[in-house]
Design a protein around this ligand. Structure first.
Ligand code: UDX
Length: 433
């Protein structure tokens, strides 16, 4: 089937390449010229394992094309995916829908045949209905159907999550073509017994927000338990393992530490609270404010522990920060807990040297005043404390004895509880979590 993907960021580029992999003919629309040029040359402008090979193969084969023109998009196909960003509005909790709105405003007046627009971006409940009404106003003698088909991919596993999703969710208005078209688009997955859940649009929009709110709550739950463990001298990782054996609870997303960041969970729970408020249901989600608070406290606590191991003041200290991406196998630094902590420590008078295997360029753009090292060892030179803030494999296998030779003080803070603590303690390090 021919289809268009509007927006080629983390979500759109992955979706476009994966749709080509499923055998479809895909045109991706990207309005930022530099990104477009890179993608058209078969290069991925961000780090996502497995995506460069897939994208290059389909660009070379011609099954995936890239353009900046909405006129090309309107010509190319009758099925369109909206995959543009929905960031948090500046100074507000709600989502900024201006990219979604402008995709619709630009595309619909150009349509000369009936079309189906499938939203993939995470949006506040009610968006599909609003867009559907707006599309009716904008359409010139054609029928434009809007439906929502939320995406659940994780960065770092984006290709496998798109090609082998846990479930496909579609929110469609009654009497439309969306279900039939999606059954065709995702035929191989549905044939392979991937659950295909068809609902109305508000339900599908809420499936996505509810899933992210649940994941954020699970992480903050274990981090709240970690606070009690700190006070009681108990081991939160052992508790996570023990409660995780209960199949009703499950061990996944119970890793305590520096908490969640990234371009999704933090802004999605805030947008969810804002939308619930607009709907008069603010009270129902008041616990999410506490989920957000617990999460943000992890960052402040990390700064406090660092100050403590440095003898009560960070002034003039040298701190090595290993990890800048919001999680491993990603170069994404949007709302990265690691960079947030690095910034706070620098503001308290320490010099901070940051190293990340993939996120150096993005970190420099966001926090140009931090020092950036060329390797983990380089970052640790003469450090008074080493902070591991993203659990890259490369940091988990560091040799504590060799690293100990480079630092000024053998203090390590394992912000992701990912190091073999005994090996570090045996090598004479003060190990903190
Ligand atoms: C998330 C959702 O998982 C995905 O389904 C949705 O589509 C987009 O948002 P992503 O942001 O890529 O995906 O990352 P995820 O793996 O969910 O991790 C989010 C954050 O939580 C990271 O900062 C990670 O370090 C943190 N995390 C995760 C924990 O602190 N503890 C855990 O146990 C798991």
């Amino acid at each position: 089937m021919r289809m268009v993907v509007l927006g080629l960021g983390y979500l759109g580029a992955t979706h476009a390449a994966c749709m080509a992999e499923l055998g479809h003919e895909v045109l991706g629309i990207e309005v930022v010229p530099e990104k477009r040029a890179q993608l058209a040359a078969g290069e991925v402008p961000f780090y996502e394992p497995g995506l460069p090979d897939l994208l290059k193969r389909h660009i070379d084969a011609g099954s995936l094309k890239v353009s900046g023109s909405y006129a090309d998009a309107a010509d190319f196909a009758d099925v369109f995916f909206i995959a543009v960003g929905t960031p948090q509005k500046k100074g507000e909790y709600s989502a900024d829908l201006s990219y979604v709105d402008s995709a619709l405003e630009e595309l619909v007046p150009l349509l000369t045949r009936d079309a189906l627009i499938l939203g993939k971006s995470t949006v506040p409940v009610g968006t599909a209905l609003r867009l559907s009404e707006r599309a009716d106003e904008l359409a010139k003698d054609v029928q434009v159907e809007i439906a929502w088909n939320p995406e659940f991919l994780r960065e770092g596993f984006a290709v496998q999550d798109t090609l082998r999703p846990d479930r496909i969710v579609l929110g469609a208005f009654a009497g439309g073509t969306a279900e039939g078209t999606c059954r065709e688009i995702y035929k191989s997955m549905i044939d392979a017994e991937t659950p295909f859940i068809v609902t109305d649009p508000p339900t599908a929009e809420l499936v996505k927000t509810a899933a992210n709110a649940f994941l954020a709550t699970k992480i903050s739950f274990i981090n709240a338990i970690a606070e009690v463990c700190d006070a009681a001298g108990a081991d939160v990782a052992a508790i996570a393992d023990a409660i995780g054996h209960d199949a009703r609870i499950g061990r996944k997303f119970l890793n305590a530490g520096l908490g969640f960041g990234g371009g999704c969970l933090p802004k999605d729970i805030r947008a969810f609270m804002a939308r619930a408020g607009e709907l008069g249901a603010a009270e129902a989600l008041s616990f999410l404010r506490e989920v957000d608070n617990v999460n943000m406290r992890r960052r402040t606590r990390m700064v406090e522990v660092t100050r403590e191991v440095c003898g009560g003041s960070l002034l003039g200290k040298r701190i090595a920060v290993l990890g800048a991406a919001f999680k491993p196998e990603s170069d994404d630094v949007r709302d990265s807990p690691a960079l947030n902590v690095a910034g706070q420590i620098q503001l308290q008078g320490a010099s901070v040297s940051v190293y990340d295997p993939k996120a150096m360029d993005n970190s420099r753009k966001l926090f140009p005043t931090l020092d950036y090292a060329t390797s983990a060892a380089d970052a640790c030179a003469a450090a008074d404390a080493v902070l591991v803030l993203t659990e890259w494999q490369e940091f988990q296998i560091l040799d504590p004895e060799a690293l100990g030779q480079l630092v000024r003080q053998r203090n390590v803070i394992d912000g992701r509880m990912c190091l073999p603590s005994e090996a570090w303690i045996d090598a004479g390090w003060t190990y903190r979590v």
